[in-house]
Design a protein around this ligand. Structure first.
Ligand SMILES: Nc1ncnc2c1ncn2[C@@H]1O[C@H](COP(=O)(O)OP(=O)(O)OP(=O)(O)O)[C@@H](O)[C@H]1O
Ligand SMILES: [Mg+2]
Length: 280
């Protein structure tokens, strides 16, 4: 309808990044020739071998690094520095040990405008918001505990709440569930699915877990080894809402196997002498 609706939310146009001048002179790029358009509200996952440039892509997306060449626009605006409209969570939960769970979740509101300047006046309202979010991810009753009193899965839930408390338009997750056991991980998939379904922010999820990528994402991108390039785009046309049972269907495992064969091919190209098939 409106022109705005067709504008990609994330728009990379032929983006290259060398980490410093010396590497640039040597034509040594961490990521190269990235062309990528992500729709508003789309959930994308990025998979690829270690060191291929996934975290580098995240740094470019949030403006923590500027490209050596090419253009990046987020939400229609050129990226010129660190973005406020994103929330991030990483593999290690990185909660501050001296703050309670609810105070950890409140942290972005103390730092990011427009919340920062009203934080003192609106503290009560913000605490309520944090408590509601914690309750939604099953942490009701743990709001006033310290991180060291929580399990790894609980800490990671709190980190996701912290990444979402300022209602970002974009959530970046760099292997957020990597350190968790399979059961907890699947629980968190569902929590993330529900938050995303409700709030419709964009998600960029970096993961090594192909099942995770297929269960959660609308589109999975496979990156090749250094220099990092996006080599496969796979749209996941499984119907939503997706329940965990879908992961046992043939339709689902066929997509996982297809992605696995792409990664197997990349790995054997990248390290011919040590190439091994991906186990099972
Ligand atoms: N600050 C930096 N300075 C120079 N080179 C860097 C820097 N950070 C990353 N690199 C290089 O850029 C390439 C991509 O790294 P990146 O961290 O993006 O990989 P990744 O795909 O996230 O890997 P992993 O799966 O292990 O997290 C690697 O060759 C890495 O050595
Ligand atoms: Mg990384």
């Amino acid at each position: 309808m409106q022109e705005q609706d067709n504008t990609p939310f994330v728009d990379f146009q032929d983006v290259w990044l060398a980490y410093n001048e010396e590497l640039l002179r040597a034509n040594h790029f961490a990521v190269e020739a990235i062309d990528l358009q992500v729709k508003r509200g789309e959930f994308i996952a990025i998979v690829g071998p270690s060191g291929c440039g996934k975290s580098t892509f995240m740094k470019l997306t949030t403006g923590l690094r500027m490209p050596s060449m090419g253009k990046i626009r987020i939400d229609g605006e050129p990226v010129t520095g660190p973005l406020k409209i994103s929330g991030m969570a990483f593999q290690a939960p990185s909660l501050l040990p001296w703050r309670t769970t609810v105070d950890n979740v409140l942290l972005p509101l103390e730092i990011v405008e427009p919340y920062r300047s009203t934080f003192k006046a609106k503290r009560k309202e913000y605490v309520e918001r944090a408590r509601r979010l914690l309750q939604k991810v099953g942490l009701g009753g743990y709001e006033d505990k310290f991180p060291w009193q929580l399990s790894g899965g609980m800490q990671q839930r709190a980190s996701i709440c912290r990444a979402l408390i300022h209602e970002p338009k974009m959530l970046l997750l760099d292997e957020p569930f990597g350190a968790l056991d399979a059961f907890t991980r699947e629980e968190l998939w569902c929590i993330l699915r529900d938050l995303w379904t409700e709030q419709q922010f964009n998600v960029i999820l970096v993961t090594h877990d192909l099942r995770e990528s297929v269960f959660l994402a609308d589109t999975v991108y496979v990156m090749s080894k250094s220099p990092g390039r996006f080599v496969v785009k796979r749209e996941i046309d499984l119907p939503r809402p997706r329940e965990l049972e879908i992961t046992y269907t043939k339709e689902f495992t066929d997509i996982v196997l297809e992605l696995r064969s792409h990664i197997g091919a990349i790995r054997s190209q990248g390290a011919a002498s040590t190439a091994t098939a991906i186990p099972q």
